[in-house]
Design a protein around this ligand. Structure first.
Ligand SMILES: Nc1nc2c(c(=O)[nH]1)N[C@H]1C(S)=C(S)[C@@H](COP(=O)(O)OP(=O)(O)OC[C@H]3O[C@@H](n4cnc5c(=O)[nH]c(N)nc54)[C@H](O)[C@@H]3O)O[C@H]1N2
Ligand SMILES: Nc1nc2c(c(=O)[nH]1)N[C@H]1C(S)=C(S)[C@@H](COP(=O)(O)OP(=O)(O)OC[C@H]3O[C@@H](n4cnc5c(=O)[nH]c(N)nc54)[C@H](O)[C@@H]3O)O[C@H]1N2
Ligand SMILES: [Mo]
Length: 684
């Protein structure tokens, strides 16, 4: 166990908590009660002793001078500059529980939790929080902000969020890196891709932006945003007409193949090229590579499903390995998410759904702007009167922030935010409660990029008066008068319950991580996780964007540029934006623009610009860049609004339209115009 004496040096086993497929194993060096180093574990295969720049600065983030260390109560009006006073935990808990009790007495569904993956840990995520909101009878939250289109699509096609195993990419002969800037956002996958490259594999990046990853691949296919479904159909057309098909695999393991084949035959290279903004030769060349190289692997990432047709696009891309029989080899197939491999071992009673006494409505987090502004009605139910936010920064990350902000600034909304820092969301809170960081609490993690379970032991005691999320919900439960025994369980008791089988907790503690038992090439003989074991190809089709020159020509006359807003490399969504050393690398909020698009607007490199549409105005620095294709601008995200020029960020212009499957946002399905703006300085 941990020795907490102050003088010695200890190495503590940790896990990176962030929303990233890599979920690295950490080794945390503590000296005299203070963390002095955060490193990647050398013995964990995918971490391989290496961390990204961001997480190697984790101690800088935890010891940040602006860490929230005391409960805060608002003293200014919501529309005024935020001002807070420090209060005791006892006062905060009594006030908050008093307000919640009064609302719950009328209708507990007027209370809404809002959380996502600020930490992906089970203990500090939904374990105690889930119990609290179930017992309270609060509205349910549909957690769709990131991956639910792709998740619904994979589940419809293969029965679950499953795919290739990460290390096997090293043996692939062809890797399509599709909608993923792996070097920025999936670094430890890139290590395996690079091994394959050194062994002679061809790497092709499919992305509207010429990313850092595209620079390192043999080829970049710079398609228009939201046209991946069309490209997949066009590739299928070529696989069919050249007979690069595995007929045996299709016959034995795929339902709906005839229907899909008929659809694909409507996508000859010329039509595909036209819709995707590519040349017919690019489509044909890609199909030839994919159809004639084995084993061929696809690393799909969530970047390509943030458009109206994102779900169908994932279905179509995911079916490609069935056409060629790539699944027969362990280094062939596709990986979007590995999280479904954990499902059979996970305890689905952790959040105690049985505590809920009556069914409740579900609110979609991706349309929180609209939801907060909705009055009570028969269909909607009660107006949202209270919001409890943890592990998320919705004012910065949710689409169409002008509406999100208006909702958060409602004087009659009671908002509690559990946070490390005074984020844009915390600025609108009535109460801000200081939460511990990963260095200060216990947790258990799975991954959506590999198949290991990791433990995170606390390295140091909580800073100031910060408490783990789990503890805050435990104490709130007591204040509410909830007397069920499950609210008394400690973090260790919770941690031991996450994986009920296959993972021995003592062994996990001893090593820091444990691998799931897995099949080498899981779908070599079909056996997908669908009810009949066959892949489901029926019904998938190309769905055009809400907003594009082709689908909305009238709108495109006023706002002719398509904008995507992928992550900036040195931030993790909106986390780390306030870490100065990382912000200094990013400089300021940037819009990348093609030289011709800039010239047409008379804009010089480095100009302060206004990016706008009917929804809002976003101010940032324009860079003429070879990373932007003609007609598409790249607004790198996700800055804190208050750290950007004129207090805006890229979500000022995104919209709340949902994807075709999974009710997810369509951040990258967005038309804008760009104009010169007055010079304003970015806050330091
Ligand atoms: N450094 C860093 N790492 C991260 C994150 C981060 O913010 N910063 N975010 C984390 C999170 S929350 C997630 S969900 C994961 C995955 O996060 P993703 O959002 O999948 O991140 P990327 O891998 O950067 O993939 C986005 C890529 O998709 C491209 N893209 C945009 N539109 C399209 C399109 O229509 N078609 C295609 N083919 N490509 C498109 C973008 O240009 C970008 O290069 O990464 C995680 N890792
Ligand atoms: N325009 C645009 N918008 C996007 C995206 C995009 O690509 N473009 N990406 C989308 C995606 S993929 C995602 S996943 C979402 C991400 O949206 P969020 O899940 O909201 O992610 P973050 O912005 O990283 O905010 C997480 C917050 O949780 C806090 N936190 C971390 N650990 C803890 C803890 O232990 N306790 C508590 N109480 N708080 C903690 C952090 O301080 C941080 O402020 O954003 C989405 N928004
Ligand atoms: Mo995400």
């Amino acid at each position: 166990m941990q020795d907490l004496t102050l003088s010695d040096t200890r190495i503590v086993k940790g896990a990176c908590p962030h929303d990233c497929p890599d979920t690295c194993a950490l080794r945390i060096t503590v000296e005299g009660g203070r963390v002095i180093k955060v490193q990647g574990a050398a013995d964990h295969p995918s971490t391989h002793g290496a961390l990204c720049t961001k997480v190697s600065r984790y101690a800088e983030r935890s010891y940040h001078p602006e860490r929230l260390l005391k409960p805060l109560r608002r003293v200014s009006a919501k529309h005024e500059a935020p001002r807070f006073e420090e209060v005791s935990w006892a006062t905060a808990l009594a006030d908050i529980s008093g307000r919640l009790k009064a609302i719950a007495a009328r209708d507990p569904q007027a209370i809404l939790p809002y959380s996502y993956a600020g930490t992906m840990g089970y203990v500090q995520g939904e374990a105690m929080a889930g119990r609290f909101f179930n017992r309270l009878g609060a509205s349910l939250l549909d957690r769709t902000i990131c991956a639910s289109a792709g998740a619904a699509a994979l589940s419809a096609t293969y029965g679950h969020k499953v795919g290739m195993h990460l290390p096997h990419f090293a043996e692939s002969r062809l890797i399509l890196i599709w909608g993923s800037n792996s070097i920025a956002s999936n670094l430890h996958f890139w290590t395996y891709a690079n091994q394959a490259k050194r062994a002679g594999a061809k790497l092709i990046c499919i992305d509207p932006r010429k990313t850092e990853t595209a620079d390192k691949c043999h080829q970049h296919i710079g398609l228009l945003p939201g046209t991946d479904g069309a490209l997949a159909l066009g590739l299928m057309h070529e696989l069919i007409v050249n007979d690069w098909l595995d007929h045996d695999y299709l016959g034995r393991h795929v339902d709906g193949w005839e229907e899909l084949r008929d659809k694909a035959m409507q996508w000859p290279p010329e039509r595909t090229a036209e819709v995707c903004g590519l040349s017919a030769a690019e489509v044909q060349g890609l199909a030839r590579d994919y159809g004639t190289t084995a084993p061929a692997a696809i690393r799909l990432n969530y970047g390509m499903q943030r458009v109206r047709g994102g779900g169908n696009a994932v279905r179509l891309v995911a079916l490609l390995p069935c056409l060629t029989g790539a699944w027969r080899h362990r280094a062939g197939g596709l990986l979007l998410s590995s999280s479904g491999w954990f499902a059979p071992y996970k305890n689905d009673q952790l959040e105690r759904p049985e505590l809920r006494r009556a069914p409740a409505r579900t609110i979609n987090m991706s349309s929180i702007g609209d939801e907060l502004l909705r009055p009570a009605s028969k269909e909607f139910g009660p107006q949202i009167e209270a919001l409890i936010v943890y592990n998320s920064n919705p004012v910065a990350v949710a689409p169409e922030s002008p509406k999100v902000l208006r909702g958060f600034q409602r004087e009659d909304l009671f908002t509690v935010v559990l946070e490390h820092f005074m984020t844009d969301t915390a600025d609108s809170a009535d109460y801000v409660l200081p939460a511990t960081t990963q260095l200060e609490h216990l947790d258990v993690h799975s991954s959506y990029g590999h198949t290991d379970v990791l433990i995170n032991e606390p390295a140091i005691a909580p800073l100031g008066e910060a408490k783990p999320n789990s503890q805050i919900f435990r104490e709130l439960a007591v204040a509410m008068g909830f007397d069920e025994a499950c609210f008394l369980e400690s973090d260790e008791q919770l941690a031991r319950q996450v994986f009920t089988s296959a993972i021995d907790f003592e062994a996990l503690r001893a090593k820091g991580w444990q691998s799931l038992p897995l099949k080498e090439a899981p779908f070599a003989e079909g056996q997908f996780l669908t009810p009949n074991g066959r892949a489901q190809a029926g019904g998938a089709d190309y769905v055009p964007n809400y907003e594009s020159r082709a689908s909305s020509p009238e709108l495109a006359r006023r706002y002719p540029l398509a904008m995507i807003s992928p992550p900036a490399r040195n931030f993790l969504n909106s986390t780390f934006v306030n870490v100065k050393s990382l912000r200094d690398i990013e400089g300021e909020p940037v819009l990348e623009m093609h030289a011709e698009d800039a010239a047409q607007r008379g804009l010089q490199d480095g100009a302060m610009v206004r990016v706008f549409n009917e929804r809002g105005n976003y101010h940032c620095r324009m860079r003429i860049s070879a990373r932007a294709r003609l007609g598409v601008v790249n607004g790198l995200g996700i800055w804190w609004r208050k750290l950007g020029p004129r207090g805006s960020n890229v979500n000022e212009v995104t919209h709340q339209g949902l994807t075709d499957m999974g009710r997810a946002p369509s951040f990258y399905d967005c038309l804008v115009e760009v104009a010169l703006a007055d010079e304003v300085t970015t806050p330091a």
